[in-house]
Write a protein that binds this ligand. Structure first.
Ligand code: C2E
Ligand code: MG
Ligand code: MG
Length: 732
């Protein structure tokens, strides 16, 4: 995966993570809010119950004291009553405890006169409600806020007054002081109008509804519902903003005066907790995310590295660093597409690379290959490519507008290689050959490669610059050669090869002196096939070794048969390929065949072409000598087509020399040709050799040859190569 793709994945992952965090944040926030809501609710309810309990306890105490006080009525011992009141005040931590009678008497633990309004207020409410708990009141004594709890006093079922206790607010504040849920939480008691009665803390407002309304409370409906619920004495919940703080408020009806306990908790506390939790999880998330991506990155790199290694193993030639053939095959179409002006596929081959390895070792061979790769690389133009296909074969895909330009480019490469790779101390030139297929057809890569290979085969056999462009005729030739190769074995088995005999005549007497055996292939499809069409191929695939022996045996067999028939025999020459020269079984084989039919050895003559002798004179010398030893005479065929010198001829001791057909080809038109023939014949005669002229076609030629002293002639003038039966007639 490329870095860019990885980055995209990373960013995608990061976005997902961010979205996840936001959701998670909200989720955690919700959970915590719910949690805190429950917490506030529970804490608020507990506080409310505590408050209820405390107030009703005080009320209870007031009631009990009232019962005691009314039982003593009429109070004879007034100082005793006051003392009692004082004692109870002390025990119960009242601010003041007193009795107000209907007839205007007042006894109080403080022994002070009371504000008449205050007296009226207490007495009026108590008589009306029998048990009375006041709202928050300023104590007329000192102005401090107090509550008044009072109970009606009876005597004989008739009200006589009220017992009241002044309760300092602090008494209840401590209950409300307990923080609700967290340190920032608080609680207070309001009446149904929202006025604050008791509060644990000092509040910045007196009326909760006014305060809420001032706090830009947006959800008016919710607020009204809350207000309604408070007024109706129902449990109620509200979330609101106050001084830029989000808050929860819970309301619980209390058991007295339609009072209401409100517990408040700013959500900031919750949010802080939630945020902390979220940050921690976010950190953890990011940590895991990075670990994951580091791991993923590492794995990707590992994979890329492995891919690279696999790629190198599969597609790169380790010795030269060039692509290999598999890779070339892969990228070939893309490169070709970018060469609209013409392209060619060239195969490069170092001629005699094996010899470099054998002579100088593999190390040197490898160096040569590396240098060759470098030189090719340096010579490539933009958009061209190459690969090393096998040991010393490189395949180049080159632009090719004109053959001549490409040829000079390849020549330049060859020259550079020859210059750079031939070691100073080495006598072996590093020469190269190119087979080129100019890409003109849309055919598969490997077929193009085959064609370039074919051209390379021809290039190797070329002299001069070994650069050969593929030609369609090569392919046709290959096809026909394959056909021949496929049928040659069967042809030999079924005796489709036959012998034709061409007589050789004495130029002086005109009588037959011998004959040459020439192979013919009777093919069902192609008719009678001439040797030129298959001998070169059989020489390459060495089938000629068997064919020549077959022809020899055929000849010997016929001669033996004709001898038995009482015919007068003439020596017959048989052509043998150069392939036999390297074969140590050659002479014994000939001998065995001839002996098999008990034919005198001097009836068989061996024809060896001039070219094959020149290839390896020493070897030829041994063979000629060996044949002579066995009593076979030896003739040099096609003399003059190569470059044999007098020296060669002298050392080889041929029995006869056959002048190449080409000598007579220019006979008619060219006076010089006659001089050449004359000179050659004279020279050969001076070496005491029998001279045979081949390809004699006219009376004029016969006359000329006779005049210059040539001994024997062979050619259409006397007879074409004849089938066995026809030749038998000739023997007469
Ligand atoms: P070659 O040995 O030089 O054979 C002479 C060729 O000249 C023969 O061709 C023959 O048909 C041809 N010829 C004869 N007289 C005339 C003439 O007056 N004018 C012209 N233009 N041509 C004439 P052919 O039979 O096609 O054989 C071609 C070559 O094939 C032979 O050349 C020989 O080198 C080779 N060859 C033939 N048979 C065998 C064989 O059994 N084994 C081997 N190894 N090579 C053979
Ligand atoms: Mg011949
Ligand atoms: Mg010949």
């Amino acid at each position: 995966m490329s870095f860019r793709v990885f980055l995209v994945w990373f960013l995608l992952g990061a976005c997902l993570l961010a979205a996840g965090v936001v959701c998670y944040w909200q989720y955690v926030g919700n959970i915590l809010e719910r949690e805190v809501r429950v917490q506030v609710e529970v804490a608020g309810r507990d506080t409310a119950e505590d408050f209820n309990r405390a107030v009703s306890w005080d009320q209870q105490v007031v009631n009990t004291i009232a019962i005691t006080v009314q039982s003593e009525y009429p109070w004879k011992d007034k100082p005793g009553l006051v003392k009692f009141l004082q004692l109870q005040t002390k025990y119960n931590h009242f601010k003041n405890l007193g009795v107000i009678t209907l007839d205007g008497q007042i006894f109080s633990s403080q022994e002070k006169s009371l504000d008449p309004k205050w007296v009226q207020y207490i007495l009026g409410n108590t008589l009306e409600k029998e048990i009375f708990l006041s709202d928050r009141q300023p104590d007329p004594e000192d102005g401090n806020s107090v509550l008044v709890a009072a109970a009606i006093l009876h005597s004989q079922q008739e009200p006589i007054g009220a017992l009241f206790a002044v309760l300092p607010l602090e008494r209840y504040q401590t209950i409300l002081e307990l923080p609700i849920g967290s340190e920032t939480g608080f609680a207070f008691v309001v009446d149904e109008k929202g006025d604050v009665e008791v509060s644990g803390q000092k509040l910045s407002f007196d009326n909760i509804f006014t305060a809420l309304r001032n706090a830009q409370f947006t959800d008016l409906n919710r607020f009204r519902l809350f207000q309604q619920e408070v007024e109706n004495g129902q449990v109620s919940f509200l979330r609101y903003n106050f001084e830029n703080q989000r808050r929860f408020a819970y309301g619980y009806p209390l058991s007295m005066n339609r009072w209401y306990l409100v517990s408040v908790l700013p959500t900031a506390a919750v949010e802080r907790q939630a945020r902390m939790l979220t940050w921690v999880s976010l950190g953890l998330f990011i940590f895991i995310f990075f670990i994951f991506f580091l791991l993923a990155g590492y794995l990707l790199r590992l994979r890329a590295y492995n891919n690279q290694r696999l790629f190198t193993t599969a597609f790169v030639d380790t010795l030269t660093g060039a692509d290999n053939l598999a890779r070339m095959n892969q990228i070939f179409p893309d490169y070709l597409e970018e060469m609209p002006e013409g392209a060619a596929l060239a195969i490069f081959d170092i001629t005699k690379f094996k010899v470099i390895n054998d002579l100088y070792g593999y190390e040197r061979g490898n160096q040569v290959l590396q240098r060759v790769a470098d030189i090719i690389r340096e010579n490539l133009a933009e958009g061209e490519t190459f690969c090393r296909s096998t040991a010393d074969n490189f395949v180049l895909l080159l632009k090719c507008e004109e053959r001549s330009k490409l040829r000079s480019r390849l020549n330049k490469i060859a020259t550079q290689i020859r210059r750079d790779c031939t070691a100073n101390d080495a006598c072996l030139m590093v020469d190269s050959a190119f087979g080129v297929y100019e890409i003109t057809e849309d055919i598969p890569f490997f077929i193009m490669l085959d064609r370039a290979h074919l051209a390379l085969e021809y290039a190797k056999n070329q002299s001069g610059d070994k650069i050969q462009f593929y030609d369609e005729k090569y392919r046709r030739q290959i096809v026909s050669e394959r056909r021949i190769e496929n049928s040659m074995e069967l042809a030999l088995e079924q005796e489709a090869f036959s012998v034709f005999f061409q007589p050789k005549c004495d130029l002086k007497t005109g009588k037959i002196r011998g004959a040459e055996a020439l192979v013919r292939w009777k093919d069902d499809e192609r008719g009678l096939v001439r040797p030129d069409e298959f001998i070169p191929l059989f020489e390459r695939n060495r089938f000629i070794l068997r064919l020549d022996m077959f022809i020899l045996e055929r000849v010997v067999q016929r001669l033996a048969k004709w001898e038995q028939e009482g015919k007068k025999l003439v020596p017959v020459s048989v052509n043998f390929s150069r392939q036999h020269l390297n074969d140590s079984r050659y002479i014994p084989q000939i001998t065995r065949v001839v002996d098999k039919y008990r034919l005198p050895h001097d009836l068989i003559e061996v024809e060896l072409t001039e070219n094959m002798i020149l290839d390896n004179i020493k070897l030829a010398q041994n063979v000629v000598r060996g044949l002579h030893n066995k009593g076979f005479s030896v003739s040099m065929d096609d003399f003059g087509s190569g470059y044999s010198s007098l020296n060669v001829l002298k050392n080889l001791q041929f029995d006869s020399i056959k002048l190449d057909k080409e000598f007579l080809a220019g006979f008619n038109s060219n006076e010089n040709a006659k001089q050449v023939i004359k000179g050659t014949v004279e020279m050969l005669k001076s070496l005491k050799m029998l001279v045979i002229a081949e390809g004699v076609e006219t009376e004029e030629q016969v006359q000329f040859l006779r005049d210059i002293g040539c001994d024997v002639a062979q050619g259409y003038f006397y007879a074409k190569p004849l089938a066995e039966e026809n030749f038998k007639g000739w023997l007469h």
